[in-house]
Design a protein around this ligand. Sequence first.
Ligand SMILES: Cc1ncc(COP(=O)(O)O)c(C=O)c1O
Length: 352
Amino acid sequence: MSKYWSELTKGLVPYVPGEQPKVQNLIKLNTNENPYPPSPKVIEAIDGFDKQRLRLYPDPNSDVLKQALADYHEVNKNQVFVGNGSDEVLALAFMAFFKQAEPILFPDISYSFYPVYCNLFEIDYQQLPLNEAFEIDLAGYPAENGGVIFPNPNAPTGRLLSLDQLRNLLQRNTESVVIVDEAYIDFGGESAIALVDQFPNLLVTQTFSKSRSLAGSRVGFAIGHEELIEGLERVKNSFNSYPLDMLAVTAAVAALQDEEYFETTRNKIIDSRDWLTAELQQLGFEVLPSAANFVFTRHPEHDAAELFAKLRERAILVRYFSATRIDQFLRITIGTQAEIEALVFALNEIIG
Ligand SMILES: Cc1ncc(COP(=O)(O)O)c(C=O)c1O
């Protein structure tokens, strides 16, 4: 604590990202990265990038990427916003839409960055409990609110809401912005982008970090009504004119052009998720149904913190959260088939 900090800085409780250890040969299943490299087209595009151009500022509007996303998702370019990872897009959206008289609503078990943004931007919030099956119960969300946000599929549970459930909420909740954070949607869900033309208060965010293997490039985006996008642009242009660098834009555009690679890698992850789920169940684990690139699982007889520690001793890193209600769960990212086979082998040794 420094006397030079503002009162706001003193009160911050920053988000703590999953560990990025420098240890060699670690099986890293803790931050929901994609185990496969970016598409060969991405590598080729970066190799072919004219490095001389780096002396110039990038396009402040990232128009090429916005147009590529608009074409891909069949919307207009003015319905697309891009940012430095979906974390930045979310932060700007909190700033643009959520500072209201009423508190915003999100689930009690959800992406732990949401309360951090509320703290930073001094936004009131209310967390609504997941039901007994760890599902988001949108029917219980009161219509009086300053905004609504949840991931779909939810993190860290992996549980998915259907478009019908989202439509029901949006039909009732017309007076505040609803953000659907679709960081993991490509691993098994239907995107709410299909609903943006019907609901002017719906903003859908997605990322290149997971299904496009570009976590290191930091590219995220939002799609919604052009007035929401204009609001985001106002905030972005009051903060940082150039959030996306030239290489990030080059990589993201090339990733969108390789549908075949995208399909192959996401299907491999979905197949490995199904395989891992069955193996964990064989070992006596309960596994929540997941539509994401991770599973959330607990064992009735083995303490999660101990399992986490014993896996770590074997150079396998998964994610453990000590929060109430979920302190007996492990979140395991779907790695390559070989990686999750090594995980199952280790679990057999530990509890077998
Ligand atoms: C639910 C959710 N939303 C958003 C993000 C942010 O992703 P990025 O900033 O890499 O786009 C994450 C990252 O793990 C996430 O789990």
